[in-house]
Design a protein around this ligand. Structure first.
Ligand code: ADP
Ligand code: ZN
Length: 733
C-alpha cells in the first residue's frame, strides 16, 4: 500500500515546491537539482525529465543554495511514500561514488533492485510457494512409497519441514514429483509465511576440536578476520555454526560466494544444517524474485542470504555477520560501470554496521595476507581434517617426452592405469582468455620486450607481439632474442581437439567437460556434478571452473596440462593467480583417499614457482611472492588505479587518454604509465586503452583521480562512441 503513485493523486501547487538534490541514473559525476513537494526524504525514488528522456533517480538531500535565476525542472513522479533506500544504502552509494570515482547516479542505481530503477510504482511482491508435508505425509515411513524420487522427497521434507521452489530445484527434484505427492495428499503447496524463520538450536554435526577452538576465537574477535584452511578442512561447517549463533540472536547474516553455479549445493547444505529455509540473491534470478528478497531483507523477514557479488549491496535491516567465502576470487570485482570489489565493500559495510566479518580461503589474496601480517586483520588457520588424504605432486617435463594434443606420453600412461582401476581422472586447462606469452620453438626462450624487462604478449587480429609496459609492438615474423630463429609460438596453446582425442583414445570412458561453453546454468552444473559424485570411472576435462567450489572425492589423478600458461604474463599478479589456481585445482581431488597424484606438465621444469609449489604450502609461497612485491613496489605495497577508454578506433581511445595525460598535473607521489593497450586490447569491437596511475599513499592517488574526472567532465571534448571510466584497485589490466 505504501507504493502508490503520488504524482497523479496529488497535483502540486508549484509555489509550495522546494529544491532537492537528485542522483539521476546516468553516467555523470554530479547530482542535479529538481523541485518537488516539501517533505521528501533522502533515499526516496523519483522520476525526472533528463535531457530528452525520463530517468529514475534518488533524492540525496535538499538543495539549499540554488541560484535564484535558475529555472528548475519539477520532479515528475514520486512513486513511494517513504524512502525505498535505507540510510545505510545511501551512505554506501555515496562512499562507492567517492572511493571508486564513479558517477553518483550509477552508484545509487546499483544499490536498487532492477525492478525499482525506472522510478515508477513497484508491483506488489508475493512470497513464492513452498512444499510441506500433510499430517498423512508426516506419519509415513518413506520406504512405503513407490518411486525413489518420491521417497527422497519425503525424507527431505521430514528433515526440513518445508522446501521452497529453489530448494527443490537445488535438490534436483522436479515439480512433477512434488505434484504427485500433492495429488496423493501427502504434501501440500503453501504460501510461505511471513514469520521470520529460526534456525534449529543444535547442529546434526559436531565440530572437531580444531574447528571449535577456531570458532571460539572468531566469536571473540573484533577486527576483520581471515580464516585460512585448505579445501576440505571444514571452513564451511564453521561458517554455518557461527551463522547459527548470530541467527539465534535475531540478527542477519550475509554469505558471499564467488560463483553462481556453486550456490545450489551451498543453499541446500546451509538450509539442511540450520534446519530452516535460506534465501539466495544472484543475477540468475528474475527481477521479481530479487525484489521480493530485497524487500524481505529490508523488513528483517529474511535472516540469511547466500549471494554473489551484488548481494553485498542488499538492504540488511540488522546485519550481524558477513562471510566472504573464497575471498581471493576475481569474480568479486565488477568489471564495468562502478568497478567495485565486493570483498572491499563488505569490509566497509561490516565496519558501518559494527558487525564481524570473516574472509575465508584456502588461497587468500596477497593483499589480505599482508593485512594479517600488519595486524589489521586477525588470522586463524584451520588444520587439515584428519581424514584428508595426502597428495603427491610432481612435474612432467614436456621437453623430454612426446606430446599429442597436449598430453605427454607419461601422463597418458598414468591415465590408463587409473582408468583401468575404475577411478576418475581430472585434466585441467588453464585458459584465462588473455594474451599468451611467446616462446621460441627452436631454443625455448621466452621473449622479452626490447625496451623493458617485461615479457611480450601475443595478440591476434592483427597478429602482433606487444609490450604492455611501454606499448612496443611488432608484426610477426620476429627473430628470437636468443637464437635469431623466427619460430616463435604462443606458450601454452596446442590443446585444440583434445576432447575428440580423448574420446578416440578412451572410447568407452565417460568424458565430462566443465567450462563456460558446456555449463550455462545451475541445472547443467547440478547434473554433471551428481554424475561425477556418483563415482563411476571417467575423465573430467575443465578450465578455471574446476578450481572453484566443488570437490571430486573420486578423482585420484589430476593432470595440469599447461602449468606454464600464466607464468609469463605481463600482469604482475600472474604468479599469485597461478599459485592460487594450482593450489585450488590440487585441492579438488582425492578427498578421503590415500595417494592422490597430481602431475604438472611444463616446458620449464626449472621454474622456481613450480618447484616451490611442489615443496611448500600456499602460505609459504605467498610470503615469498609478497617479498617480491615489496621489492618491486607493487600492491599491496603501493596502490594502483586506471583510467580506461574504449573506442572502435584505436587512435581515438589512445588520443583521449594521451590528451588527458598531457593536461593533467599529477600530485607529488603519483607516477603514471602509458597510455597503452589493455592486455585484452580489443573486445567486442572496441579497442581498449588504459593509463595507469600508481602511488604509495592513497590520498594523492585519489586526488589525482578527482582532478582527472573533473578535467574530463568540465573541459575535455569527449569523442562520440568513446566510453571512459576509472578503475580503482584494478585486477585486470
Ligand atoms: P571447506 O569449506 O574448508 O572446503 P567443508 O566445510 O566443506 O570444508 O568440509 C569438507 C567436508 O568435511 C564436508 O563434507 C563436511 O561436511 C565435512 N566435515 C567438515 N567438518 C566436519 C565435522 N566436524 N564432522 C564431520 N564432517 C565434517
Ligand atoms: Zn616494453
Amino acid at each position: 500500500k505504501s507504493y502508490q503513485n503520488q504524482s497523479k493523486a496529488q497535483p502540486m501547487d508549484a509555489s509550495d515546491c522546494v529544491p532537492y538534490a537528485v542522483a539521476v541514473f546516468c553516467p555523470l559525476h554530479q547530482t542535479f537539482t529538481y523541485t518537488g513537494p516539501p517533505g521528501l526524504a533522502r533515499g526516496q525514488r523519483v522520476r525526472v525529465a533528463f535531457g530528452n528522456r525520463q530517468a529514475g533517480g534518488i533524492i540525496t538531500g535538499s538543495a539549499d543554495s540554488v541560484p535564484t535565476n535558475l529555472r528548475l525542472k519539477p520532479i515528475q513522479q514520486v512513486p513511494d511514500t517513504e524512502p525505498l533506500l535505507p540510510e545505510s544504502l545511501c551512505a554506501l552509494a555515496e562512499w562507492m561514488a567517492r572511493y571508486y570515482h564513479a558517477p553518483i547516479g550509477e552508484a545509487y542505481e546499483l544499490c536498487l533492485p532492477a525492478a525499482a530503477r525506472p522510478g515508477l510504482a513497484l508491483p506488489a511482491t508475493r512470497s513464492p510457494h513452498s512444499l510441506t508435508l500433510t499430517e498423512r505425509g508426516r506419519a509415513l515411513a518413506p520406504d512405503q512409497l513407490k518411486g525413489a524420487k518420491r521417497q527422497q522427497l519425503v525424507r527431505q521434507l521430514q528433515q526440513h519441514s518445508t522446501l521452497s521452489r529453489d530448494e527443490l530445484k537445488a535438490l534436483d527434484i522436479s515439480k512433477a514429483s512434488a505434484d504427485s505427492l500433492v495429488r496423493d495428499e501427502l504434501a501440500a503447496w503453501q504460501q510461505e509465511s511471513h514469520v521470520r524463520p529460526r534456525p534449529a538450536p543444535e547442529s546434526n554435526l559436531t565440530l572437531s576440536a580444531a574447528q571449535q577452538s577456531v570458532l571460539t576465537e572468531l566469536q571473540a574477535g573484533r577486527a576483520p578476520q581471515l580464516l585460512l584452511g585448505v579445501t576440505g578442512s571444514g571452513k564451511t561447517e564453521l561458517y554455518i555454526e557461527w551463522c547459527r549463533q548470530i541467527l539465534q540472536q535475531g540478527r542477519q547474516c550475509l554469505i558471499l560466494l564467488p560463483e553462481i553455479g556453486l550456490t545450489p549445493q551451498m543453499v541446500a547444505r546451509f538450509s539442511q544444517r540450520l534446519g530452516m529455509p535460506v534465501e539466495q540473491l544472484h543475477s540468475g534470478m528474475g527481477d521479481a524474485a530479487r525484489l521480493r528478497v530485497w524487500r524481505d531483507l529490508a523488513a528483517n523477514k529474511v535472516p540469511l542470504v547466500l549471494g554473489t557479488r551484488s548481494s553485498v549491496l542488499a538492504p540488511f535491516a540488522d546485519l550481524g555477520l558477513i562471510i566472504v567465502d573464497e575471498e581471493h576470487d576475481g569474480s568479486y570485482k565488477q568489471q564495468d560501470g562502478v568497478r567495485y570489489h565486493a570483498r572491499d565493500v563488505a569490509l566497509w559495510r561490516a565496519h558501518q554496521a559494527a558487525c564481524p566479518i570473516l574472509l575465508g580461503s584456502a588461497t587468500p589474496a596477497l593483499e589480505t595476507l599482508q593485512n594479517a601480517v600488519t595486524g589489521r586483520y586477525q588470522r586463524h588457520d584451520l588444520p587439515r581434517r584428519s581424514d584428508q588424504g595426502e597428495v603427491a605432486r610432481s612435474l612432467l617435463d614436456l621437453n623430454r617426452h612426446p606430446v599429442a594434443h597436449g598430453l605427454s606420453a607419461p601422463l597418458v600412461e598414468r591415465m590408463d592405469d587409473h582408468l583401468q582401476h575404475g577411478r576418475q581422472v581430472m585434466l585441467f586447462l588453464n585458459r584465462r582468455g588473455i594474451a599468451p606469452s611467446m616462446i621460441c620453438e627452436a631454443c625455448g626462450t621466452i621473449q622479452h620486450c626490447p625496451n623493458c624487462s617485461a615479457y611480450v604478449t601475443y595478440h591476434e587480429n592483427p597478429a602482433r607481439l606487444l609490450c604492455h609496459h611501454c606499448g612496443w609492438s611488432h608484426r610477426p615474423p620476429y627473430p628470437c632474442e636468443h637464437c635469431g630463429e623466427t619460430r616463435l609460438v604462443p606458450l601454452g596453446l596446442g590443446t585444440a581437439g583434445l576432447e575428440q582425442y580423448l574420446q578416440q583414445r578412451w572410447p568407452d570412458t565417460t568424458i565430462w567437460r566443465i567450462d563456460r561453453d558446456r555449463i550455462r546454468n545451475q541445472d547443467d552444473w547440478a547434473r554433471i556434478n551428481s554424475e561425477v559424485q556418483a563415482g563411476q570411472s571417467g575423465i573430467l576435462l575443465g578450465t578455471q571452473m574446476l578450481a572453484k567450489g566443488h570437490d571430486y572425492p573420486n578423482v585420484t589423478l589430476t593432470g595440469i596440462l599447461d602449468a606454464d600458461s600464466g607464468l609469463f604474463s605481463a600482469d604482475f599478479r600472474a604468479f599469485e593467480r597461478t599459485a592460487q589456481l594450482l593450489t585450488q585445482v590440487s585441492g579438488r581431488a582425492g578427498r578421503r583417499r590415500a595417494r592422490a597424484e597430481i602431475l604438472l606438465q611444463t616446458r620449464l621444469p626449472e621454474h622456481p614457482l613450480l618447484n616451490q609449489f611442489l615443496r611448500d604450502d600456499y602460505s609459504t609461497l605467498a610470503q615469498r611472492l609478497l617479498d617480491e612485491r615489496q621489492q618491486a613496489d607493487m600492491p599491496p605495497f603501493s596502490h594502483l588505479a586506471l583510467l580506461r577508454a574504449d573506442h572502435p578506433e584505436e587512435e581515438t581511445a589512445w588520443g583521449f587518454l594521451h590528451e588527458l595525460s598531457r593536461i593533467l598535473a599529477l600530485p607529488d607521489g603519483v607516477q603514471a604509465v602509458g597510455p597503452m593497450p589493455a592486455m585484452m586490447s580489443r573486445r567486442a569491437g572496441q579497442y581498449r586503452m588504459l593509463w595507469l596511475l600508481k602511488a604509495t599513499r592513497r590520498a594523492p592517488l585519489h586526488q589525482a583521480l578527482d582532478s582527472a574526472v573533473l578535467t574530463i567532465a568540465r573541459g575535455m571534448k569527449i569523442p562520440s562512441r568513446l566510453s571512459w571510466g576509472v578503475d580503482v584497485d584494478p585486477i585486470e589490466f
